[in-house]
Design a protein around this ligand. Structure first.
Ligand code: FES
Length: 119
């Protein structure tokens, strides 16, 4: 198999559990990797409301609660689900390749796409 050079490897899939997301720093950016019912999701690790680290948050099913002010986001979409969070967090499509979680760092922001569709 030829490696996709546009992809960025974040971690091994076995480093992530439903209860313990994985914080990954790559090229100056910080990502939070989650697994929900066997599917992997990658979000910006920094909360859209402030400095909270979502990988250090409390996972409740398909939501993560920010440890800073307890706002919540849907892990699958990055959309806020509970105040004080009102803005989505950036998401990337998680690709599982040979046991590694990879993203395309240049992928368009899915939450931005959703906002454009609403306008
Ligand atoms: S920093 Fe996350 S809820 Fe305020």
């Amino acid at each position: 198999m030829t490696a996709d050079l546009t992809r960025l490897a974040l971690c091994n899939s076995n480093e992530v559990t439903e209860d313990e997301p994985k914080r990954c720093e790559r090229n100056g950016a910080t990502y939070a990797v989650f697994v929900v019912e066997g599917d992997y999701f990658v979000l910006d690790d920094t909360c859209s409301h402030g400095p909270g680290s979502l990988s250090g948050g409390y996972v409740l099913g398909c939501e993560v609660e920010c440890p800073f002010h307890q706002g919540r986001f849907d892990i699958r979409t990055g959309q806020p689900t509970s105040p004080p969070c009102t803005e989505p967090v950036r998401t990337w499509t998680a690709h599982v390749v040979d046991g590694h979680i990879e993203i395309d760092p240049n992928e368009m922001d899915c939450s931005a796409r959703a906002r454009e569709t609403e306008d």
